[in-house]
Every structure is written in C-alpha cells, then in structure tokens.
Design a protein around this ligand. Structure first.
Ligand SMILES: Cc1cc2nc3c(=O)[nH]c(=O)nc-3n(C[C@H](O)[C@H](O)[C@H](O)COP(=O)(O)OP(=O)(O)OC[C@H]3O[C@@H](n4cnc5c(N)ncnc54)[C@H](O)[C@@H]3O)c2cc1C
Length: 301
C-alpha cells in the first residue's frame, strides 16, 4: 500500500520511520512479514498528526507495543504500524502515584515503583509488554492484574480527540478492556500504588520472576500463554491431559516445559502456529469437550 504521504509527514515532523519493516524483528514470537511502514512518534501531538492523515487517506493503522502478544501474518501488515516505543517517560506524581507513557516497559515501571518503595505492581515485573499493551489486554499474573493498580489513562479516539478515562470507564475484565472494542490509542496510564518496604517489594518481584523462569519456556520465542483460561479449567492442564506436549507443526511446537505455550522452536511460520493452534483446539474439544479461545492476537494481511 502506498504510504508516501505518511513518510512526507514523518520527515516534516522529524518522526523516525522505516519502510518495509520486518515484523519478525518486532514480535516476541519472531514471526511476521513486512509492514509497509513503521513510525515511531515521540509525542501525543505527533501521534494525532499521523492518525489524522491516515484517516484522511484511508491508510489502515495498527498500534504496536513490544509485540509480545501478537502473531503476525507471514504476509505482513498493510498500511502503517505505529510503535509506541519512543514514548517511554515514567514520572512519579505525589507520594503514591506513577504516570507512565504507553511505550514504557512494565519491567521499567516496576523498577521505578520499587525504587520509590511503592507496592502493588510486583506481579507485572516479568510480563514482557508495554504499559499500553498491558492496559489494552488487562494483563495479569499471580493473582494480580492491571485493574488492581490503574487509576486513569489518556487515550486518543479514532476521531482524534484526546480523552482521559478513569478506571471505572475502562470495562476491564479477564484479558479485555474497552480499548479492544473502541480502537482508542492509549498514550499514558496513571497507577495508584501503596507505600511499602523496598526490600519486600524487591523480593516479591524476584520471586515471581524465578517462578516464571522455572515454569515457562523463556529460552524460545513465543507470545506467552496461547489460550485464555476457559471458565472452570486451566488451558495448560487440558492440553497436557490431551498429551499434546511436544506436538509440532513445521517449526511450531507445544512447549514440553509448559503446555500453555506454543513456541517458535525452529523458524516457525505464522501458518505453522495457526495450524498447531487448530490442532490443539480440535483435540481438546474432542477429548475434553472444552472450547479454547486464543489469547494471542492474530493480525496482518
Ligand atoms: C514469555 C511471555 C510471558 C507472558 N506472560 C504474560 C502474563 O503473565 N500475563 C499476561 O497477561 N500476559 C503475558 N504475556 C503476553 C503479553 O506480554 C501481554 O499481553 C502484554 O500486555 C502485551 O503488551 P505489548 O506491549 O507487547 O502489546 P502488543 O503485543 O504489542 O499488542 C497487544 C495488543 O495491544 C494493542 N496495544 C498495544 N499498545 C497499545 C496502546 N498504546 N494503545 C492501544 N492499544 C495498544 C495492540 O494493538 C495489540 O492489539 C506474556 C508474553 C510472553 C512472550
């Protein structure tokens, strides 16, 4: 797709960009063909300019954080991918609040909380996403999720208005939020935390990290848990009970360490992963009568 007008805008506003950018370089799965254009706005205003021009010229846009929950088509993405990774500021507000731009990593956010003796975010330390991606997904682990620590967030609506939502206007549920329904783009999030003991916060973060290292196949590219937790079950347990650990299609494999993870074992393509996902769903439905829904988001041409 022709995205020349966005390139002209990027040069005028000094926004970094690259054309025909491989998405495999920007996803934790290390899978995906090329995006026509990738842009790295540094401010909300630059983001608004990009969205406004894209709207006028009918160029599809996709917002990318760290790509840690994405399965991108082998044929890539049409239009403009807007990375939030040039927007990473994290600011302490008063004694117990932190404001983070959408592209800040959860790991850095957790470190800032710890350094200021603020507790509440320990669960998020090992989730390899950005603040924006985490709110979009209502990411969570070990009994915590974003809904427990977020106070409010700024976002840009599709008709280019900057608005602020408080937590009760975000419809946060299990791995879902209003943002996956209304296509708003999160630009910053304010967290409300509690004063705590720095050494205990550190210990909590480290404990959760060690649990991950022990149970998850972090040595292989993946997008984390492939499936959502079906009501009353655990996806990984169901997959394990169906003896699917180690099942492979092409270079994609059900991890032998954690059945809930599909890993990119050996140069897997998007189609390998999709075929394996279908195989898992079919087997679990046949053997256990449970429908699995993917948590990983499949996008692209
Ligand atoms: C090894 C591993 C472990 C993981 N463990 C966990 C876990 O414990 N818990 C958990 O919940 N997840 C986990 N994940 C999944 C993933 O890290 C989270 O879903 C994370 O929140 C995604 O953030 P991201 O920045 O990578 O988003 P991306 O993958 O880049 O994007 C995900 C979705 O969010 C949208 N999005 C991103 N930024 C914005 C924004 N600023 N505004 C609007 N929409 C936006 C994207 O358009 C896309 O639809 C894991 C992944 C891996 C690889």
């Amino acid at each position: 797709m022709n995205t020349d007008c966005l390139v002209v805008l990027a040069e005028k506003l000094n926004i970094k960009y690259s054309v025909n950018e491989s998405m495999a370089l920007h996803t934790s799965f290390k899978i995906g063909g090329k995006a026509d254009l990738m842009l790295y706005p540094e401010t909300e205003e630059q983001l608004c300019e990009i969205l406004s021009l894209s709207n006028n010229e009918n160029i599809p846009t996709f917002i990318l954080g760290k790509g840690s929950n994405l399965l991108v088509s082998d044929k890539g993405i049409e239009g403009a991918v807007i990375s939030t990774l040039a927007m990473q500021k994290i600011t302490l507000i008063g004694d117990t609040e932190i404001k983070a731009e959408a592209g800040a990593s959860l790991a850095n956010l957790c470190r800032v909380a710890r350094d200021n003796s603020l507790t509440g975010l320990e669960f998020a330390y090992g989730i390899p996403g950005t603040v924006g991606g985490a709110l979009f997904m209502n990411a969570g682990a070990y009994g915590g999720d974003m809904s427990m620590v977020v106070k409010s967030a700024s976002s840009i609506t599709r008709d280019i208005n900057i608005i602020n939502r408080s937590i009760d206007e975000m419809s946060l549920g299990y791995r879902k939020s209003i943002y996956d329904q209304n296509s708003e783009i999160i630009t910053s999030v304010t967290f409300s935390l509690k004063k705590g003991e720095k050494s205990q916060i550190s210990e909590g973060m480290e404990t959760f990290m060690q649990k991950r290292k022990k149970s998850q196949p972090l040595e292989y590219p993946s997008a984390g848990s492939t499936f959502k937790r079906p009501e009353g079950y655990y996806a990984a347990a169901l997959i394990d009970e169906c003896e699917l650990k180690g099942t492979a299609v092409g270079g994609a494999e059900v991890s032998t360490k954690h059945a809930g993870f599909v890993i990119n074992k050996d140069n897997a393509t998007c189609n390998d992963v999709l075929s394996l996902i279908e195989k898992i769903k079919k087997t679990v439905k046949e053997k256990r009568g449970v429908n699995l829904d993917t948590e990983v988001i499949h996008i692209g041409r």
